[in-house]
Design a protein around this ligand. Sequence first.
Ligand SMILES: *Cc1c(COP(=O)(O)O)cnc(C)c1O
Length: 387
Amino acid sequence: MKTKIWLSSPHMGGNELKYVNEAFASNWIAPLGPNVDGFENDLKRYLENRVAVAALSSGTAALHLALVLLGVGIEDEVICQSMTFAASANPIVYQGATPIFVDSEPDTWNMSPVFLEKAIEDRLVKGKKPKAIIVVHLYGMPAKMDEIMAVANKYSIPVIEDAAEALGSTYKGIPVGTIGQIGIFSFNGNKIITTSGGGAVVANDEALVKKARFLSTQALDPAPHYQHSHIGYNYRMSNISAGIGRGQMEVLNDRVNKRRENFAFYQNSFSSNNAIKMGTAPDGDFFSNHWLSTVLIESNEVSREDIRLALVAENIDCRPLWKPMHMQPVFENCPFYGDGTCERLFELGLCLPSGSNLKQEELDLVVNTVNSVFEAAKNKKKETIAV
Ligand SMILES: *Cc1c(COP(=O)(O)O)cnc(C)c1O
């Protein structure tokens, strides 16, 4: 069996173990401690001190707390981008609320501001104002935030930015995750940096983040005994994980650069093939960390599945783009507003290996394998014509 080429695997920088060893040496083996504080400060600085930061056990926990902080509860409705990972939408259901799914627009593949407004208008007609909007910066590509914030502000609905995949991306020079009322990040093993598992919730409202820390540590009221006036969660990041995170923050800029180089390499390699359309930023306002390099296969001779199966045969990890949430059995009864753009993206799209630890010969093998599928299709066509 050929050695596997991964989609996006963890990539340590070197100092992670130093911080983890410090945690052991000082016996801070707990969901609090100096690494948690240090990691929060590193993130805060990276986000240009625009927000306060609470480090949590996962991105999913961060989204759940964001909804709790905004008061989302039973029978509420929350608008969510349909094309995303299920973890963007699941916490809506944890709160007993209903997801209202909105389509993507074709430029960034993220939430369409047009269908967002249509959805809000229709929910208002049906008698309910959505409690929050969850917009996702998919694969690191910033969503059209000016347009989305304009709609959200017009109806006074708070925006949660799911920036799980987008640490290091900016929109008009501003770090994504810091533009809406609340932002969330993920440090799962496959993300641009990892704490093995972890997340963060951020907001420019310091009090909101303070409340997130309180809720994430079992909502202990100040008292010598165990006193509770809120339902709490066990969602805080461990001091061990945060140690890994501190080491990773030291190399975050290198990771962003390498992922963007991967993207540029694929883009250059496929530039003469009109059937391969890269997931490119619409213009200079959108700076993507290119967490994953994505392509659409727009050809009558070669399908996305032909490419995917050829890569799998070479033991190369690749994935279709996220299957939209409104197409998932678990969400089949949820409303959807759109024109099918994300359904088409799902049918034609593929994520290519994109890790910051990929070697040039691995990237070459990916490109050669993709090219060989197009070559084979061309030769087959010639044969058919000859016959
Ligand atoms: C990874 C991811 C999450 C969830 O983050 P975890 O840390 O794995 O819980 C949420 N949303 C998106 C878009 C993601 O890619």
